[in-house]
Design a protein. Sequence first.
Length: 199
Amino acid sequence: MKSDIARIQRKLGVAADGIVGPVTVRALLHTLQLDSNTTASPAEQWPTQAEVRSGRSIFGAAGCEHELLNLIPPYPFFYEGQQVRTIRLHRLIAAPVQDALREVLAYYGQEEIERLGLNLYGGSYNYRNTTGGKSLSMHAWGIALDFSPAANACHMRAPRATLSHPDCEAWWQIWERHGATSMGRARGYDWMHLQFARL
């Protein structure tokens, strides 16, 4: 029995100790798309950065290739002038990312997306540390995405960062409805960055 639970835990990407604790239950509920906390906001249903970095969250260990998938965005993305056909990210955020991007396309339309730079992709999965830091970035789990990096570099603050402008308010509201956290809105810098982990 304990070995069966450990096998399930490995599949869920949590610590395989054979004990059904709160982390395992949360991972099961998330995988089965059963919301155990109907009063929580979408973002509150994701683990914190500290929980992710512990390796015991629903996202498992950093750099787990078998947890990643390639998602085709619903509108064309460009990275350094070249079209991006797929983006690589953690399988657990694929549905909310795809849903958010579809909503962005429906709200803004292709022309406005291009004007605002919402199609300028800065990356998702990348096994690396935070910029200027020693901790692994949320990108190392494939649960963070960057957009329009040239106009929203890490050190840029409002109003210089273009994604801090009022015409991008709906962009952030859409992402937040789907559970993402904006570093720019939360901390006032790194406006290109959004992630599916709480700060």
